[in-house]
Design a protein around this ligand. Structure first.
Ligand code: DC
Length: 205
């Protein structure tokens, strides 16, 4: 069977955790598309040309240990605004999405641009304060290297860049189910996502 689950949303809304949980429960493949932009960003931070880096990405680039660093995050958000970089990454994502057995992809433009025909589309979001607090707690809370206010500024700046770019801006597809995790714990959010997938995949009579 081939089917695609497209999950979009801003940083730290919980989409990666939800996507991974769906992939595990359903036994299908998972692609975190943010890693593609992070890998290109990391190569650019080392001096590579953005488009050349996107065209020559390898599995090894995606396995780099530094892709979650602040440098890679900031660089990713910048290269993601370049149409030629985005274009160079389309085929890889579409091939992954239509693989035998089904796939879940998370990102910013999966339901709108990469897989507009995905069988299931979710838009996972939460307010900026909640997302910043999650990132801050993950980084150690009181012991985190940056105060909560700085993390919130970064979250807002990245949202503005992701939503404001001309090419494939972050926005929900018209037929996406909106899942706001501001007031939800992660298990409830996963259960709602799974319910949405089951509703969509159950044969209609
Ligand atoms: O989801 P993430 O934080 O790993 O994404 C890193 C950056 O890449 C983020 O600023 C948005 C961008 N991105 C994108 O433009 N399109 C995607 N499908 C995935 C990520």
């Amino acid at each position: 069977m081939r089917f695609t689950i497209a999950i979009d949303g801003p940083a730290a809304a919980g989409k990666g955790t939800i996507a991974r949980a769906l992939a595990r429960r359903l036994g299908i493949a998972y692609l975190d598309t943010g890693l593609l932009y992070r890998a290109v960003g990391a190569r650019v931070a080392e001096g590579a040309d953005p488009v050349a880096a996107a065209q020559s990405l390898t599995e090894a680039d995606l396995a780099r240990p530094d892709l979650r660093s602040l440098t890679a995050s900031e660089a990713a958000s910048r290269v993601a605004a370049l149409p030629a970089v985005r274009a160079a990454l389309v085929d890889f994502q579409r091939r992954f999405a239509r693989r035998q057995g089904g796939a879940v992809l998370d990102g910013r433009d999966i339901g709108t641009v990469i897989c507009p025909d995905a069988e299931v589309k979710l838009f996972v979001t939460a307010d900026a304060e909640t997302r910043a607090r999650r990132r801050w707690l993950e980084a150690g809370g009181e012991y985190a290297p940056e105060p909560l206010a700085t993390v919130l500024d970064r979250v807002r700046a990245r949202d503005a860049r992701d939503m404001g770019r001309a090419d494939a801006p972050l926005r929900p597809a018209e037929d996406a189910l909106i899942l706001d995790t501001t007031e939800l714990d992660i298990d409830t959010a996963i259960a709602r996502a799974l319910q949405a997938v089951n509703d969509r995949l159950r044969p209609r009579d």
